[in-house]
Write a protein that binds this ligand. Structure first.
Ligand code: ASP
Ligand code: MG
Length: 457
């Protein structure tokens, strides 16, 4: 068995779904379990509907629901066999009627709870998985739809629920392999349910995580994440277009890249896969013949010291200074208590005796945080910063990496540096305005020559 996950753009239209059917068909002998995201931008649209409802904008949410139904109906009709059209229409009607009722309820109450957000955003994957399963039949691929909520069991932290692994694995093991031996199993990513059957979601971008959980639960040979890029690259193509494909990368490196902004993969994805030592492939559904990137458990021998450069934009730098803390203890504890209270995670940190600099990306509570920190220190914040992160298992074994980094960035003002926390990454903070140059110069420095075993120029 293999797990094949297709993201929103891979199933955004009839044409895209047809392409997916072709890809799955050519691998049918490997007993695929297909995990799909919501079609196109459906999740965003559902959240917009929820927001319109809570704001009492009736005309707006009614129109948005109509548009979303039209979109699903228009694309689905082109890929669903005639014999199934009535069933399709009825299912779309049922789902959209239910959704409309839910949304009206929210409008009446005027409050959007995490639990109702999950109820609403779950429709994207519920619909897409249903449509894709029917479409497969149309393309001559016997398929069975599985409601992910039956097998993915989560805690109650709605909108970012965590899977309850033992129960989830138990259900997956019992349910999925018998189905997958007969037909292609199609299920939605992202969604699950709590132990008492309330719909939950794993957080935005969670379908990759679902794929990995399912792969681990059924002990798949391989987990394939089909997306719209050729795999992991040596640099974010939106910042620096001259990057190369990384053919093989270790789990540790891939996770590190994901934490630091590589959009290709959800960071949590790799955890269940690593635990069960299942390789994860990143593949391009528009160019299925490109070999993609293979993510494997152990370190990959490579003559380049850096595997890839990741970036995280829209970072805020927080500088905290307190002369009162000179020779006192508990400074860091007090600082982190404040961030903890506002559930704001800190990405990078540098400390000296009476000063701490750190970066955050969620600034929702920054004003309150600054105010509370201000009770025992001076605080200044600088928005529009970026983290540039060099990732490679070899960084820890190689001399002179920092010297090369600083030399490459000699024209720039480096705001913060971090190495050592994770042995395979070296990160610097620069102003967002300098990001393009920083990545370009680092790329020139570290990828002038390429190990052909690991990179595809
Ligand atoms: N549809 C969900 C989202 O847009 C999950 C996913 O696509 O991975 O976040
Ligand atoms: Mg995604």
């Amino acid at each position: 068995m293999i797990v094949m996950k297709f993201g929103g753009t891979s199933v955004e239209s009839a044409q895209a779904i047809e392409r997916v059917a072709g890809i799955v068909k050519s691998r049918a002998d490997r007993h695929p379990i297909v995990v799909v995201s919501a079609m196109g931008k459906t999740t965003n649209k559902l959240l917009a509907i929820a927001n319109a409802a809570v704001a009492g904008k009736r005309d707006e949410y009614i129109r948005q629901i109509h548009d979303l139904r039209d979109f699903h109906s228009r694309e689905a009709r082109q890929v669903v066999p005639l014999a199934h059209r009535t069933e399709l229409d009825r299912t779309l009607d049922d789902h959209f009627q239910e959704l409309t009722e839910l949304v009206k309820g929210i409008a009446v109450i005027g409050e959007l709870t995490p639990r109702s957000i999950d109820a609403i955003s779950s429709y994207g994957e519920r619909l897409s998985s249903y449509v894709v399963a029917l479409a497969f039949e149309h393309f001559g691929l016997p398929a069975v739809h599985l409601d992910a909520r039956r097998v993915i069991v989560t805690d109650r932290r709605h909108t970012h629920a965590g899977p309850l692994f033992p129960e989830t694995y138990k259900r997956l093991e019992a349910t999925v392999p018998p189905l997958a031996m007969q037909k292609v199993v199609v299920m939605g990513g992202f969604i699950g349910s709590t132990e008492d059957g309330v719909t939950s979601t794993l957080g935005r971008g969670g379908s990759d995580f679902t794929a990995s959980i399912v792969g681990a639960g059924v002990r798949a040979e391989e987990i394939q994440i089909w997306t719209d890029v050729d795999g992991m690259l040596t640099a974010d193509p939106t910042i620096f277009p001259g990057g190369h494909r990384v053919k093989t990368i270790s789990f540790a490196e891939a996770a590190e890249l994901a934490y630091f902004g590589a959009k290709v993969l959800h960071p949590a994805t790799v955890i269940p896969a690593v635990e069960h030592n299942i390789p994860v492939m990143i593949l391009n559904s528009r160019r299925p013949d490109v070999a993609g990137t293979r993510i494997v458990g152990s370190a990959v021998t490579c003559s380049n010291v850096v595997k890839s450069i990741a970036c995280k934009r829209r970072i805020t730098l927080v500088n905290i200074h307190s002369t009162r803390m000179f020779m006192a203890h508990g400074f860091l504890r007090r600082i982190f208590e404040v961030f903890d209270r506002y559930e704001t995670s800190v990405d990078m940190i540098a400390t000296s005796e009476v000063s701490v600099s750190l970066t955050i990306d969620n600034t929702e509570h920054l004003a309150r945080i600054s105010e509370e920190l201000g009770e025992f220190s001076e605080v200044s914040t600088e928005p529009e910063q970026a983290i540039v992160c060099l990732v490679g298992e070899n960084i820890r074994y190689t001399k002179g990496v920092a010297a090369r980094v600083f030399n490459a960035l000699r024209e720039l003002n480096i705001r913060m540096i971090s190495q050592g926390a994770s042995l395979l990454n070296l990160s610097v903070v620069v102003a967002e305005a300098d990001l393009r140059h920083a990545v370009q110069w680092l790329h020139e420095e570290f990828f002038r020559e390429l190990d052909p075993e690991v990179f595809e120029a």
